[in-house]
Ligand binder design. Structure first.
Ligand SMILES: [Ca+2]
Length: 121
């Protein structure tokens, strides 16, 4: 009996620890835009991308290979975006679904390597 109570308590603690992963879209990510930031934690120079673009587009030279935080706050309709390592939407690419965000891209997620992008829907 005591062992099962401990298991319940442990499960409750796990749920509490997972709560930060459910944090809301960052408050400085405007709706209808996909926002990029140079810094981690949605800080530093920002580059908002309107979610009504079509086709492949280049990031401006001053923001090439800079992005370390991403927030896809596209809405109505929600659009997914893919970032690319090279110009012309070439090279390794990284997909961010509408409603997703990451304040600290890892090297495996292309930190400081985004050069071009396109919406995929
Ligand atoms: Ca950066």
């Amino acid at each position: 009996m005591r062992r099962s109570l401990i298991a319940v308590a442990a499960a409750g603690m796990v749920l509490t620890m997972q709560a930060p992963a459910l944090a809301a879209m960052p408050s400085n990510a405007p709706r209808h835009y996909v926002s990029l930031w140079d810094g981690i934690g949605y800080t530093g120079a920002a580059y908002p991308i309107s979610d009504d673009w079509t086709g492949c587009r280049e990031l401006p030279s001053w923001f090439n290979d800079k992005a370390s935080s991403v927030a896809n706050n596209s809405a109505s309709p929600a659009r997914n975006i893919r970032f690319y390592q090279h110009t012309g939407c070439g090279g390794t690419s990284y997909l961010f679904y509408a409603g997703t965000y990451d304040g600290q891209l890892s090297s495996g997620q292309g930190n400081n390597s985004y050069t071009s992008y396109r919406f995929t829907n």
